[in-house]
Design a protein around this ligand. Structure first.
Ligand code: NAD
Ligand code: IPM
Ligand code: MN
Length: 356
């Protein structure tokens, strides 16, 4: 029997509530595929930072390098500045393990109400492919003339040819099995070096995929189209910051950030990939047992697909869809009254009988 060795990092806030629930679903579903998990739990978090001054140990990355995957909840909590907690844990994992694709599906499912008028289940179905290792997120910059009238800060964006090309190729490969339509998010009218370069690489990579439909929109109007015309999109490729924004807006348009999954993927499988929901630690609802576990559970399904367990991944996604469509065990963010555990139990109950 195959055993997958998984690093589990619940992190902060509701991460501690939704991760164990998602593990229960994955354990139950593993019977479908006839495999098992070897979970290793890591307490890396803002709580650890408060005790030790570090989000993870100095050799943290080495501890998880050999795992098959990393299953993460959320990082960041009031008390530790966000840039300190995130650059101390989440971002080093994404970068050290070359997880250069942040794959975030946006799909309107039956039973979930879109805030947009008249949108039917299935009518919105696309992927945001976010560049995850470079771009506007950089540690290069600094402050000058601190405390003076002339005080200034600078932050450098980095766009490499390798970085642009590989994430764009991933987007085209993903579109190959779909509608063969790739949209690029840009801002080359206002940002005069990096974004024209992004457009140039998009045009170059497009030529490798004859017959595909391509288009590009400046990020400002693209956000408007996400709201007005979300049915236009199939695969949307974006830089790190633009992809971050689009991947919160997309889930809002299809109902709730609480159900949005994500994968930080190293497509070559040279390093472990990391699966985590799009949402954060939600300090406003943490500890109340009301967080929606679906984003975490669906991220678990994406992890199984990446590991090659397609049938089990699909079974979990089907169970999520069935429970959403029934609308009898939904959490508050979806208009229900169920708690985290109740919704998880319903999903486990909806798995094929070989697994429940
Ligand atoms: P957030 O996603 O944590 O919360 C935004 C809103 O959505 C809140 O009202 C919250 O209650 C709600 N929400 C989020 N997840 C939910 C769920 N599963 N069920 C029901 N409601 C849910 O975003 P934020 O408030 O901007 O960030 C809080 C902290 O999380 C910050 O420290 C931030 O840096 C961090 N963060 C981490 C990640 C990550 O680890 N990948 C992602 C986003 C934010
Ligand atoms: C996300 C988050 C992170 C990001 C933050 C917390 C650094 O918003 O995973 O989308 O911007 O990548
Ligand atoms: Mn985000």
């Amino acid at each position: 029997m195959t055993t997958y060795s998984i690093a589990v990092i619940p992190g902060d806030g509701i991460g501690n509530e939704v991760v164990p629930e998602a593990q229960r679903v994955l354990e139950a579903a593993s019977r479908i595929g006839g495999f098992s998990f070897d979970w290793t739990h890591y307490d890396w978090s803002c709580e650890r930072f408060a005790k030790t001054g570090a989000m993870m140990p100095a050799d943290g990355l080495d501890q998880i390098r050999g795992k098959d995957s990393i299953f993460l909840g959320a990082v960041g909590f009031p008390g530790v500045p966000d840039h300190v907690s995130l650059w101390g844990l989440l971002i080093p994992i994404r970068r050290s393990f070359q997880q250069y694709v942040n794959l975030r599906p946006v799909k309107l499912l039956a039973g979930v109400e879109s805030p947009l008028k008249g949108r039917e289940a299935g009518s919105i179905d696309f992927y945001v492919v976010r560049e995850n290792n470079e771009g506007e997120y950089s540690s290069i910059g600094g402050r000058l003339y601190e405390g003076l009238e002339d005080e200034l800060v600078m932050q450098q964006s980095i766009f490499t040819r390798r970085g642009c090309d590989r994430v764009m190729r991933y987007a085209f490969e993903l579109a190959k099995g779909r509608k063969q339509h790739v949209t690029s998010a840009t801002k080359s009218n206002g940002i005069s070096h990096t974004m024209p370069y992004w457009d140039e690489r998009f045009a170059a990579i497009s030529t490798e995929y004859p017959g595909f439909t391509t288009d590009q929109y400046h990020i400002d109007i693209l956000t408007a189209h996400f709201v007005r015309n979300p049915d236009w999109f199939d695969v949307v490729v974006a830089s790190n910051l633009f992809g971050d924004i689009l991947s919160d807006l997309g889930p809002a348009v299809v109902g709730s950030i609480g159900i949005a999954p994500g994968g930080n993927i190293n497509p070559e499988k040279d390093y472990p990939s990391m699966f985590e929901p799009v949402h954060g630690s939600a300090p406003d609802i943490a500890g109340k047992g009301v967080a929606n576990p679906i984003g975490q559970i669906w991220s678990g399904a994406m992890m199984l697909r990446h590991l090659g367990e397609e049938a089990t991944a699909s079974a979990i996604e089907q169970a999520i869809e069935d429970v959403l469509a029934r609308r009898d065990s939904l959490t508050r963010d979806l208009g229900g009254t169920a708690g985290t555990r109740e919704l998880t139990d319903a999903i486990i109950g909806a798995l094929p009988s070989s697994a429940a």
